[in-house]
Write a protein that binds this ligand. Structure first.
Ligand SMILES: *Cc1c(COP(=O)(O)O)cnc(C)c1O
Length: 401
């Protein structure tokens, strides 16, 4: 269960607990209204800012692409969540990944990436980044020894996710950070699946953390956004330069507001996501028509010990295989009433998706099979509804099979 009480105050994340930082981290809103102060950060929609003093026209905010008070409030909050020196808020998780890669890689560089990455990141790496003369190699990063063996002098970046989508595989962030310790190689972790509530890669030695804030951080399926957090100043400056002067991929003020609002309840949402995910995983384990359940919180998960050591809670995503194939999987989806059939994850409402028909449909069949994505695999990002309602809905679905 995500429970931060025991962990905080030990210096790992500064003096305030995670729940407090989710609400107050990075400073207070400062706008004054009639002598009183805003309790909630206001939404600054202005694209340009009038100079306060004509003698010094560049002091303060000037143009919203370069800096915006609502975005600053979100970026400071994001940084505070992981005790990072810098946070940057992007128009999407994809924009965050692209800007990070453009800032850190050059032609001739070699990237070692987990062979179980988010599909969109694979497209970005294979169809965009490789065109810039960057070599991408995918390895089974569940074993840090395999990553170590694949490293070459040109390896500039280790790109990792943990747990991964949709099979919930893990990699050992501390062990990978040791491989990247030489200063020549960066370790970046896409921490979208775990969220900073469950896992803090910077504290485990990563150089940078990347998020799709679309998922758990915003948590309400009503904003697409991304983030990069780091305590490496030079790295932060490079990424910010690409973001503001190169790609222009910053998060709009209204979405900054929504994400700030979402973050306040991240710790309580994560606790309920996990409680429900555990309940559903244990129900699925006992369901005779289920062949296999993937959830790091289960003792049957091959990397359960690593999950217990590295994570603070096991997250809110469960995947499973049922008896049968595509037809049975689709029949089950059609019977469910409390799960929306949809991609994405990390929101208050429970979703379900069939990777072979949806998120992984563009992956060639042989590659899909090699990756372990079978025809009857289903993925549930568990919401925060009443868990018994969710289990009853699943039971009804299985009875119709
Ligand atoms: C959704 C997701 C992304 C992409 O983020 P967008 O906000 O959709 O651009 C990247 N990584 C992971 C793990 C994701 O789940």
């Amino acid at each position: 269960m995500a429970d931060h009480d025991a962990e905080e105050g030990d210096g790992r994340n500064g003096s305030l607990g995670f729940e407090t930082r989710a609400i107050r981290g990075g400073g207070e809103p400062t706008a004054e209204v009639g002598g009183a102060g805003d309790v909630v950060s206001p939404i600054h929609l202005a694209s340009t800012f009038a100079a306060g003093r004509i003698e010094d026209p560049t002091a303060g905010y000037s143009y919203s692409r370069l800096g915006n008070p609502t975005r600053d409030a979100l970026e400071d909050r994001l940084a505070a969540l992981e005790d990072a020196d810098r946070g940057m808020a992007f128009a999407s998780g994809t924009a965050a990944i692209t800007c990070f890669c453009l800032a850190t890689l050059e032609p001739g560089d070699h990237v070692l990436a987990f062979d179980s990455l988010y599909g969109g990141t694979r497209v970005l790496f294979d169809d965009l980044l490789s065109g810039f003369g960057i070599e991408i190699e995918y390895v089974d990063a569940t074993d840090p020894g395999i990553v170590a063996d694949a490293m070459i002098p040109e390896t500039a970046l280790l790109w990792m996710e943990t747990p991964t989508n949709p099979l919930l595989k893990l990699c050992d962030i501390e062990a990978l950070a040791r491989l990247a310790e030489d200063g020549e190689t960066l370790l970046a972790v896409d921490n979208t699946f775990a969220s900073p509530s469950c896992q803090q890669p910077l504290a485990l030695g990563a150089d940078a953390v990347v998020y799709s804030t679309t998922k758990f951080l915003n948590g309400h399926s009503d904003s697409v956004g991304g983030a990069v957090l780091t305590s490496d100043d030079a790295l932060a400056e490079g990424v910010e330069f690409v973001q503001t002067y190169g790609v222009g991929a910053m998060l709009a003020p209204f979405d900054c507001y929504l994400t700030l609002r979402g973050i306040k309840t991240l710790p309580v949402r994560m606790a309920q996501h996990e409680r429900n995910a555990r309940r559903i995983a244990s129900y699925l384990q006992d369901e005779p028509r289920v062949q296999r359940v993937n959830y790091p919180g289960l003792e049957s998960h091959p990397q359960h010990d690593l999950a217990a050591r590295q994570m603070d809670g096991f997250g809110g995503v469960v995947s499973f295989e049922i008896d049968g194939g595509v037809e049975e999987a689709r029949t089950l989806l059609g019977e469910l009433k409390l799960f929306s059939v949809a991609v994405s994850l990390g929101s208050v409402e429970s979703l379900i998706e069939h990777p072979v028909s949806m998120s992984a449909s563009y992956v060639p069949e042989a590659e899909r099979r090699a990756a372990g994505i079978t025809d009857s695999l289903l993925r549930i990002p568990v919401g925060i509804e009443n868990p018994e309602d969710l289990v009853a809905d699943l039971k009804g679905g299985f009875e119709a099979l």
